[in-house]
Write a protein that binds this ligand. Structure first.
Ligand code: 6PG
Length: 472
């Protein structure tokens, strides 16, 4: 057998699909899994008759790969990655390249890149988005590491990734852990949009009693608009249409209302806190998952703390796609992208990643979970102003915000009056209102800080640093 182009470690569903994707694109592969029976099952099943070969151990695996070796690890993030690196590295040779395609914490990737580079191997931390279908058909890929390492995988990943009108959904993101940093922020935006659509569903259901199919019809209309056409709206429509085969009821109503999470949303918020990036919509989505998970407490509390009665308010005509509700969803999605892009910009400055914002918008246009038509507008906004401080001040976004803000305010007010929690929509309204307010009340915060701690303050009417003895 001639040596294979590409190696894959970890035959979970993502790993299997990525290797089938690589093979379909002309790259022969060797696969390794911790349990060999899994490898055999794959080779005799989905991998049968293809240019995909198996290896029983890592030494054998490495020996079957052409040089420089390109090895993608699709294994659980965390210590498992370090342990595979340690086990495989005695068999590697200078210039060989390991790629971590999982959702690793970007600082771990930073450490691994410098460690492996110092041992003359290459290491790429590559965010891969698109779920199992994307892995098979073409995901969005966010590789970070040295430019030389990226060049060694460019032909492979540019063929494997999703393709949009202006190219493949992969680009060199930047040095160190930048690929995983960008993927983490992608996931923060993903959390926010999932929560926003869930809030819209809750409003439709609780205020109008619409059925799953009726709500799906509204989502279908949204998915035909420039502002909301997206993968997440598309799958929300699909989920709302599915019936429980046992009794024909809407299946979504049978699902326990406790959201899980694997960590990337938390890391997005932690990074934002560290970098001083305001991400209230994303944070609200994370927090909403946390509160959802304490179901027992919520069930007890609902017997103790009374809710005001629901006072119906206008979401707009369903036949026209509930325009008032749609405006609220649109602005909350704008805010999610704006906050994510701002976090990327600040991270790029802090970590010297030199992120190219239009390219990031471009590679998110296909394959990934947050792909949407809006990303073309985001790409254009950053092309026009690479140092745009906030997406919402781009002329197109600003005019959309101005047109839709009163709808968002009326929906949030309606939710507040009726006791319906709308964490992302409410946070978005506060975010926009704060961002567009030239004079905020933090002058009083400064006065208090100076009063009890002599922290000093600046004045609006003259230059300098001031301190006052506020209490005699
Ligand atoms: C993607 C997704 C994926 C992520 C899941 C689960 O881009 O394909 O982001 O990488 O693992 O969405 O994330 P949570 O379990 O944290 O919701």
């Amino acid at each position: 057998m001639s040596k294979a182009h590409f190696g894959l470690i970890g035959l979970g569903v993502m790993g299997e699909n990525l290797v089938l994707n690589a093979e379909r694109n002309g790259f022969s592969s060797v696969v390794y899994n911790r349990t060999f029976t899994k490898t055999e099952q794959f080779l005799n099943g989905r991998g049968a008759g293809k240019q995909i070969f198996g290896a029983k151990d890592l030494k054998d695996f490495v020996s079957k790969l052409e040089r420089p070796r390109r090895i993608l690890m699709m294994i659980k993030a965390g210590s498992a990655i370090d342990s595979v690196i340690e086990t495989i590295s005695p068999f590697l040779e200078s210039g060989d390249l390991l790629i971590d395609g999982g959702n690793s914490e970007f600082r771990d990737t930073e450490r691994r890149v410098s460690d492996l580079e110092s041992r003359s191997f290459g290491f790429i931390g590559m965010g891969i988005s698109g779920g199992s279908k994307g892995a098979l058909e073409g995901p969005s890929m966010m590789p970070g590491g040295t430019k030389a390492s990226y060049e060694a995988i460019e032909s492979l990943v540019s063929r494997m990734s999703a393709q949009v009108e202006d190219g493949p959904c992969v680009t060199y993101i930047g040095p160190g852990g930048s690929g995983h940093f960008v993927k983490t922020v992608h996931n923060g935006i993903e959390y926010a949009i999932e929560q926003i659509l869930s809030e819209a569903y809750d409003l439709m259901r609780r205020l109008t009693g619409m059925s799953g199919v009726e709500m799906a019809e509204v989502m279908g209309k949204w998915n035909k608009t420039e502002e909301l056409s997206s993968y997440l709206v598309e799958i929300t429509e699909a989920c709302l249409r599915v019936k429980d085969p046992e009794d024909g009821d809407d299946l979504v109503e049978k699902i326990m209302d406790k959201a899980g999470q694997k960590g990337t949303g938390l890391w997005t918020v932690l990074s934002a806190l560290e970098l001083g990036a305001p991400v209230p919509t994303i944070y609200a989505a994370l927090n909403a998952r946390v509160i959802s998970s304490i179901k027992d407490q919520r069930l007890s509390a609902q017997k103790i703390i009374q809710s005001p009665p629901i006072k119906p308010f206008d979401l707009g005509d369903p036949q026209s796609g509930m325009p008032i509700l749609m405006d609220s969803v649109v602005l909350s999605c704008f805010a999610s992208y704006a906050q994510g892009m701002e976090l990327l910009r600040l991270g790029s400055e802090q970590y010297d990643y030199k992120l190219d914002m239009p390219s990031i918008a471009q590679i998110w246009k296909g394959g990934c979970i947050i792909r949407s038509q809006l990303l073309s507008r985001i790409q254009s906004a950053f092309n026009a102003h690479p140092a745009l401080p906030n997406l919402m001040v781009d002329p197109w976004f600003a005019s959309e915000v101005n047109k839709r803000l009163s709808s968002l305010a009326s929906v949030v007010a309606g939710g507040v009056t009726s006791g319906i929690p709308l964490p992302c929509m409410t946070s978005t309204l506060d975010y926009i209102n704060s961002y567009r307010t030239g004079r905020l009340p933090q002058n009083l915060v400064q006065a208090m800080r100076d009063c009890f701690g002599s922290h000093t303050y600046q004045r609006v009417d003259k230059e300098g640093i001031f301190h006052t003895n506020w209490i005699e």
